[in-house]
Design a protein around this ligand. Structure first.
Ligand code: UD1
Length: 342
């Protein structure tokens, strides 16, 4: 019997790539998503890649009745990977209550349901945003959180604290928070990838849309940061490497390998790249010229961050395999797939 894993937000960007890796690793995947920021057709992409269509339930995790009904049918779930959340930083400043409700209430309702049903294991989507601008780089898991810059960032900090406190109070619970650095790229098949709605706030979708002629010009925010070329530095990680780390986290929970019942890991490559370096790689590997202009800093942006990956490497026996060239190649291939199928 295949072990059943619930992937909330499984039609989203990271969720869909993780569903693929779970299926390829022999798990049965059940997806819950309200499709508020993703599309039903993503299930077709997952099926085309893996040959298996995940079970899908469309509802909002804040709908307690729907959640109860769902678990009445799927009480045999062995672990949950909880991606479902709102994630636009700017929007979270405009609509804080929406963010606290979507991101915090859904987590609490899930944890309550887990307790009721005796489901022990959860993997939580966290973010390097919990660190703010760290005083020292690379950033280790021991680095204290800085006050959150946005309600979105706060929901990740509070989410982690809820998990930690719940793990203390309920020793049978096992949780792992994964702190993502900057996930980019797409599955090599170009059958799934990131589907931003409206004008992308993130760098790589803006780059690919500019190259595709959907946006006229990329604005590079900031020229006077303390980095080799003055543009901001991030730790970009291929979404497929990130997805594979989730499978490992699930295996760690199911096989009882945790050192304590609440753990947290950085997921990055350990290497910082600047915005201008990213553009250079994108242009080179795809043989394109990008129309861009360097402008003032974007308010709220940090200067630089990259991960210390030692803990994830040692404890999860996980290493990133795909480099920045593959990230930029696959991102462009995916953009072309979107254009063709529009
Ligand atoms: C952003 C969020 C972060 C979230 C992450 C998810 C902010 C302040 N932070 O991180 O909380 O977890 O996305 O992926 O929004 N850039 C440009 N031009 C653009 C877009 C981006 O120069 O049009 C630059 C940014 O200034 C930054 C880098 O590219 O230096 C990466 O930006 P982005 O993809 O938005 O990620 P983060 O800001 O790191």
């Amino acid at each position: 019997m295949k072990e059943k894993i619930l992937v909330t937000g499984g039609t989203g960007y990271i969720g869909s790539h993780t569903a693929v890796e779970l299926i390829n690793s022999g798990y049965e995947v059940v997806i819950v998503d309200d499709l508020s920021n993703s599309q039903y057709e993503v299930l077709d992409g997952i099926e085309k890649i893996t040959g298996t269509r995940p079970v899908f339930a469309e509802f909002d995790l804040c709908d307690e009745r729907a959640l109860t009904d769902f678990f009445a049918q799927h009480g045999d779930i062995k672990a949950i990977i909880h991606f479902a959340a709102s994630k636009a930083v700017g929007e979270s400043v405009q609509k804080p209550l929406l963010y606290y409700k979507n991101n915090i209430l859904s987590l609490i309702l899930l944890l309550e349901a887990m307790q009721r049903l005796g489901i022990a294991n959860i993997v939580f989507s966290s973010s390097c945003t919990v660190y703010g601008q760290p005083d020292q780089l690379p950033v280790t898991e021991a680095t204290p959180f800085k006050p959150a810059e946005s309600p979105y960032g706060n929901t990740k900090q509070v989410g982690e604290e809820i998990l930690r406190d719940n793990c203390r109070a309920v020793p049978a619970t096992q949780a792992i928070s994964l702190r993502y650095f900057n996930p980019v790229g797409a599955h090599a098949s170009a059958l799934i990838g990131e589907l931003p709605q409206g004008v992308p706030g993130n760098l790589v979708p803006f780059i690919t849309q500019t190259a595709a002629g959907i946006r006229e010009q990329l604005l590079v925010f900031g020229k006077d940061y303390d980095t080799p070329d003055g543009s901001a530095m991030r730790d970009y990680i291929h979404v497929v490497d990130l997805a594979k780390a989730h499978v490992i986290a699930v295996q760690r929970l199911l096989s009882g390998q945790q050192k304590s019942n609440y753990e947290f890991f950085n997921l990055g490559t350990g290497k910082g790249l600047t915005v201008l370096e990213i553009i250079e790689v994108f242009e080179r590997v795809n043989n394109l010229k990008l129309n861009y202009k360097i402008v003032d800093r974007r308010p709220g942006d940090i200067e630089k961050i990259y991960a210390d990956t030692a803990l994830a490497n040692q404890e999860l026996h996980w290493r990133t395999e795909l480099g920045v060239e593959e990230m930029m190649r696959s991102a462009w291939k995916w953009q072309q797939h979107i254009l063709k199928n529009a």
